[in-house]
Design a protein around this ligand. Sequence first.
Ligand code: KG4
Ligand code: ZN
Length: 348
Amino acid sequence: MVENVREPFAPARILGIESSCDETAAAVIENGRGLLSSVVATQIDLHAQYGGVFPEVASRQHILTIYAVVEQALKQAHMRLTDLDAIAVTRGPGLAGSLVVGMNTAKGLALASNLPLIGVNHLEGHIYSSWVYPAENPDPPAEPQFPLMALLVSGGHTELNVMTDHLTYQRLGSTLDDAAGEAFDKVARLLGLPYPGGPSIQKASANGNPKAYNFPRSRLEGTWNFSFSGLKTAVLRVVRELEASQRQLPVEDLAASFQAAVVDVLVSKTLAAARAHQAKQILVAGGVSANKALREAFMEQKEFDVHIPSLSLCTDNAAMIASAGYFRFVLGQHDPLNLDVMPTWPLS
Ligand code: KG4
Ligand code: ZN
């Protein structure tokens, strides 16, 4: 564990590499925050035909793309490997075959250039996306302040963590079943909407009535855990009833009502946790933080300042890995070349 990290930190430029799921990404970050370049090659079109990520197809596509992505990230940053201080790479959690591609690429580059290798937790990366801003911006946005209540909402994880300092996480609770993003993806499939489900539900919701269906909000009082499987089943029940009576699915109303239930639970629990733990600010991270209704709900409340990454940094990218890698680098983390991937690696 890393404790009592204090500024000022040493200047450094880090190349980040991310390949944990279906995005191949590379980025260069200066001093932990300044974004010099970020390249993301998405495989969404490739997996859409399967309705989700096909692991073997994902890892083979990473192999085809990763060197070009890294080259482009260096080119956009006007840098060579010799201008860098370290290489940070996602070690886990994620799909084993996908992680291995990024890991081996990072090792090859580290070996060839004699740069330190730094393995980064993907979830920590998502959290650090709130530290990133475009390097050319003369007026950097304020950094998140500790103690921070961090809500992590991605395709595989939904959890609340208190951060009292850099790289320090105390997990308060997590989902007992589906992650929020997973619930979006599964409900989208039920409604016949394309993969990935989150953006599809958001789009359909724009023309729907969020009060058309009063779907259940599982609050799990007395804990900081979440549960979305009851909500998913409630949507399934309505869909089955409508289909049995051969009525057309009111897809937009169903999507909007489902989204409203998810947003309601995520926002109310995060605010309650922030109050209970005397957090100074809130941070929201992970793919679901791209959701417009969720962003608006957090921004409408005035009790806490809320950090949510810019849209391009919400879903998987390598800038967040380079940023988290920087904070590990300045603390002296330097991993060996036999570093293995960790497909199930908790944050705390
Ligand atoms: O963080 P991420 O890109 O990958 C993981 O680490 O899992 O998150 C992907 C998840 C998917 O479940 C996707 O449906 C969801 O984020 N997502 C959204 C939106 N954009 C992506 N969910 C709701 N609304 C969105 N706009
Ligand atoms: Zn992610």
